[in-house]
Design a protein around this ligand. Structure first.
Ligand SMILES: [Zn+2]
Length: 285
């Protein structure tokens, strides 16, 4: 489940961890990806050079996996205009991504409520978008054992990353709204031990979800305070709420702020409007 970052150092680390358990890539019969972020899916190509394994990933990963250079360009163009809309200079703040041709061979696309057998256990697939558009959680209703990917991490709150809309669609998904919906859905399930994508396993997901939802309320409150002095764009709000973010790290803050503004807009707390290419927000009084 998940393969770590691209490049030899991550793969070597994975191999030495497997070594400790007297295992190698040959002992596996599939690769399951909890989502398509590069720190989870980056090692797939390296592993497939050594063994031929089917890859299971959510169906929304398909256009990225099969879309080639055109999809890569569409994504870059989306992030360029998102930066502009935020009021940030894309040349200074946009992450530089390089196109890598990948061929994963045997990919199976999975969806919500599918069952995936792993190690003799029938895991149920839950589609839980928000952190990305491809997040899944796998859980065993019998034991509660859950592979949580990046849905919930015990030590830090997860960013609802802004992503392009699916090909042919006009509007970007509202990531924080999706993420909150995913949290509410999972909160009602009797999950047991959760094995997350980062950090130690944990239980008590209900308490953690409530804490994360409360943190979101606090962020909305902070943004509201910042807007008391008048209209702001996302970049300006990011500078006030996350003053230590610089350069290409700015995107993390822009995603957070945009997500919370989307939420505040649905609650009628703020109003967004365009001034040229830049979108501004003001309090609804
Ligand atoms: Zn992630």
């Amino acid at each position: 489940m998940d393969t770590g970052n691209p490049g030899p150092s991550s793969i070597n680390e994975l191999k030495s961890q497997l070594d400790l358990h007297k295992l190698s890539f040959k002992d596996f019969d599939s690769i399951v990806l909890t989502h398509l972020h590069t720190d989870h899916s980056g090692g797939v190509s390296e592993i497939l050079k050594e063994v031929d394994l089917p890859v299971y990933v959510h169906e929304n990963a398909e256009w990225t996996i099969t879309g080639g250079i055109n999809e890569f360009k569409r994504t870059n163009e989306f992030f360029y205009s998102f930066m502009e809309e935020c009021g940030a200079d894309p040349r200074e703040h946009m992450a530089i991504r390089t196109y890598r041709e990948e061929n994963w061979g045997n990919v199976s696309y999975i969806r919500d409520k599918d069952t995936l057998p792993m190690a003799g256990i029938s895991f149920e697939v839950l589609y839980v978008p928000g952190h990305s558009q491809t997040d899944i959680v796998l859980w065993d209703p019998k034991t509660g054992i859950t592979f949580g990917g990046d849905l919930l991490i015990a030590d830090f709150s997860v960013n609802p990353f802004v992503e392009p809309p699916p090909p042919g669609m006009e509007n970007r998904p509202k990531s924080l709204l999706q993420y909150r919906h995913s949290l509410e859905r999972v909160k009602n399930l009797p999950l047991g031990t959760i094995y997350p994508g980062h950090g130690e396993p944990f239980m008590n997901h209900i308490e953690l979800i409530e804490r994360r939802l409360a943190e979101q309320e606090n962020r909305c409150f902070n943004i509201q305070e910042c807007l008391l002095s008048g209209e702001k764009n996302v970049y300006e709000l990011c500078g006030m709420v996350y003053p230590r973010l610089h350069g290409r790290m700015i995107f993390l803050g822009l995603s957070q702020i945009q997500g919370h503004l989307d939420l505040m807009e649905t609650r009628n707390m703020v109003e967004g409007y365009n001034k040229g290419p830049v979108r501004y927000y003001k309090l609804v009084l």
